[in-house]
Design a protein around this ligand. Structure first.
Ligand SMILES: [Zn+2]
Ligand SMILES: [Zn+2]
Length: 108
C-alpha cells in the first residue's frame, strides 16, 4: 500500500474528488468509476481489472452515482452505487494509479 486518502468529496453531480495525503488531488467521473468496478462479477474470471473497461450500465439512463462510500480498512474504499451494485472494492493504489489528471496521464 503506497497511497493514503485524506478526504473524499463530491466535486460535482458527475464527479468525485479524492485528496491524497501527499497533496495530490484526483477527479474521477462516477461513470468511469462504475465502469471500472474491479469485482469478480464485472471483470469475469479474475483477470486484472482495467480502468478503461466499459461495461453496460443498468441504471436506465439515470446518472450513475454512489449512494454512499465506505472505507474498507485503510487500503480500499467501497462504493454503494445507485444501480444497487456494491461488490466492488477499489484499492487506494488502484484509484491512484488510475488518476485521470494531466500529470498522471502523461507520467504513467
Ligand atoms: Zn462490480
Ligand atoms: Zn493525478
Amino acid at each position: 500500500m503506497k497511497y493514503r486518502i485524506k478526504d473524499i468529496t463530491e466535486f460535482s453531480d458527475t464527479t468525485l474528488s479524492i485528496s491524497w495525503e501527499d497533496g495530490h488531488e484526483s477527479l474521477y467521473l462516477y461513470k468511469d468509476l462504475r465502469s471500472a468496478c474491479p469485482c469478480a462479477r464485472c471483470t469475469g474470471h479474475g483477470e486484472k481489472p482495467r480502468f478503461k473497461k466499459i461495461i453496460p450500465l443498468s441504471t436506465g439512463g439515470q446518472q450513475v452515482k454512489p449512494d454512499s462510500i465506505e472505507y474498507v480498512g485503510n487500503y480500499a474504499v467501497k462504493f454503494f452505487w445507485n444501480d444497487k451494485h456494491d461488490t466492488g472494492i477499489y484499492t487506494l493504489d488502484y484509484l491512484r494509479e488510475n488518476c485521470t489528471c494531466e500529470y498522471c496521464t502523461v507520467n504513467s
